[in-house]
Design a protein around this ligand. Sequence first.
Ligand code: AMP
Length: 114
Amino acid sequence: MKDCLFCKIAAGEIPCTKVYEDEDTLAFRDIAPQAPVHVLVIPKKHVSGLSEARGESDKALAHLLRVAADVARKEGVEESGYRVVTNCGRDAQQSVPHLHLHVLGGRGLNGEMA
Ligand code: AMP
């Protein structure tokens, strides 16, 4: 989608620090990490957020979760634990309107969210 930051990252028009990529999915480091491990997992296809993902297949949505878990393992936080968060809409302070999962770990996260 034109003018979408994460679409531009997925298209390689804006650089990112890539952690994982496949045909449908990209995982890259958050530019303002809230934890030692802070990776964003996105579908390459533009979907504004979780509420707009109704038209996506269960397989596509499950794949995002699987990639999040694979990233956590690859980043070495599977054993210590990690959090997967998606912010949806205004009250959640979603700042980038392209569906993304935050994968956070590497320190005790207490009650905070990304
Ligand atoms: P959210 O507030 O849940 O929409 O999360 C958006 C996330 O995108 C924030 O954690 C930002 O730090 C992150 N972010 C914004 N711009 C970039 C960028 N160019 N590269 C990587 N992460 C970014």
